[in-house]
Design a protein around this ligand. Sequence first.
Ligand code: SAM
Length: 279
Amino acid sequence: MTKELAPLYVVPTPLGNLKDISERAREILAAVPWVAAEDTRHSGPLLKHLGSQARLLAAHEHNEAEAAQQILARLEAGEAVALVSDAGTPAISDPGARIVARVRAAGGRVIPLPGPCAAATALSAAGLEEDHWLFYGFLPSKSGQRQKALEVLRDLPYALVFYEAPHRVLETVADLAAVLGAERTLVVARELTKLFESVHSLPLGEALSWLEADPNRQKGEFVLLLSGCRDDGRDLEAERVLRLLLADGLPVKQAARLAAAITGAAKNALYEQALALKG
Ligand code: SAM
């Protein structure tokens, strides 16, 4: 008979406020013999604070495959492991998914704990009324790739949720406005659960100057949330074709005429739209 593996616990940790650790997370971190941490130096003080005697294993994005192997060896030896990231929930824009997959593939039991997650925390205070939302995480760091990624999302009727680093927040907001348009609502959720927490909503077209007006607004950790695309009777297919033709360098008039011929949409409306897009 094969021996049953000890469980792998996936344990969320606070985003900034130590009181946000759950009682269950506390208990598990204090009880397990091993904690696999994204950054052992970062998690060490938290474990000490919780009175955990667990030994630490490094499990970061550059060693996830080897870490999975080490974790599995511990589980096979009957020793439970808790997986933590620097802050929030492991495997959400953080390492963890490969480890979880490896353990499950080996027939192990993965026990997830609910807890802090920046996306869910931001959404709860954003006041966006969409019934559905799409969590994207980090957009590409280069503007061209970022704009391409945003074009894929542009016509979705869902609220969009992004993570962003402070040194990229201005350029990302500029690209969001360029691709998604000025009318969307942007919610800037910054430093959640920390001393300088702020959640501010405004039209996307005003966001860049709002951020630039005070350098403090560009500091810290960010979740950027956007209202979804409202088609308001717009012909999204005609608009998509029009954008493609314009991006290919066709003059406004010709692009409008061809888009109308291809999709059956009204030429005059497409002409006005092409002028706006060009503008
Ligand atoms: N796994 C984490 C979670 O569950 O939210 C996310 C980890 S990801 C590497 C880090 C990003 O999460 C930051 O760049 C920021 O976008 C977002 N984030 C983390 N803590 C935050 C906070 N206190 N306030 C706002 N955003 C935060």
